[in-house]
Design a protein around this ligand. Sequence first.
Ligand code: PLP
Ligand code: ZN
Length: 412
Amino acid sequence: MSATGSLLTSLECRACCTQVEANHLVGPCPTCGHALLAVYDLSRVDGAQWWAALSGRPRNLWRYRELLPVQTMEGVVTLGEGCTPILSLASVPEAPGLGVLLKDDGLIPTGSFKARGMAVAVSRARELGASALFAPSAGNAAVALAAYGACAGVPVRVYLPDRNTEGVQEICRRYGAQVVTVPGTIRDAGEAGRASERGRGSFEMSTLREPYRVEGKKTMGFEIAEQSGDAGLPDAILYPTGGGTGLVGMYKAFQELRQLGLCDRIPRLYAVQPEGCAPVVRALREGSPRVTPWETPHTLAPGLLVPAPFASERILEAVRGSHGGGATVTDAELVDAMVDLARRHGVSASPEAAAAYAALRHLTETKQLRAGESVLVYNTGTGLGFSVDQLRSALKGSGNSSRDPGKAARPT
Ligand SMILES: Cc1ncc(COP(=O)(O)O)c(C=O)c1O
Ligand SMILES: [Zn+2]
């Protein structure tokens, strides 16, 4: 066995300060039920030497293996995820004077950034002896869990909302996962999944209810820092926010890099949500310490239909701690943004990611983004599985109008 050199020491709950040993499978904090986060002994690494050594390593997220939880190289389950490009976009008319960058995780295995979290969490769960895995999902996480479960040889069950997930169901089954459909949102799928899995010996992979998906998402921040090089970190990052794991992960990445002396500031993190389901943005506007569940959630962006994100305190901490903010966009705006990204820049983006691009206008108009700043829009997933025609039909059905009321709406 060859060691990864992981500096993982324990897990900690930032809500009640409980420390938990990291050498067994564990879910939320046993004391208070909040999210547990991984702790690394950063005093054992020379930041500058580590950073310099990265350039000689394979171009995937395992290049950051000392700051990931997996202990042996043999334990790594990989499809080659990570090291996606950062593109410099031609000017965006709605955001004059901004330097707009786009990190394209549409190019990653399974077509979304969910691969990052699942690669790391499935590897770690298998290393710790998990014999079966399950998770609720709006789509992309299910596909990633199914793919990495297949690669790891660990059985997977996914719990999906029954509406608009036919394509995802088929893909998950193709990877060999068992699919259970549940009426309602991902929240209902989570509750049904936990109830039906009780006593079955399976391990729950819901985001932030297990501690390691966020470690995989952390590599988004590491990559942004590494790829920014001499140009320096962007001033702001716009991120389509559902469960919020990406924001928590990037914030953790920049904090760890700062501790290692590798960055002196953290980009402002902006949570972008659809108007029909914006619990994080509402909590930011109201100055609340945590999110209250969104009453009647609806949006065409399935990954953003998360009415009550589990670790909302951590999400709000990431946004507030980085001096960022929040923005909402309509479904019509995000569908238009899918087309703008394709036609203006040649970029294929999912509805979720297009929401982040659409938010450029709002954040510029409200002067949260200012001319001369560099702003990174995170493209969290490919648009290839979506029909803009179908999305536009769904908009018309919902009474929402789009700039070009051409045709229509629905993810495969
Ligand atoms: C494409 C896409 N973008 C963004 C999100 C939201 O991610 P997070 O849970 O990190 O907020 C999802 C979640 O399903 C997604 O599939
Ligand atoms: Zn706790």
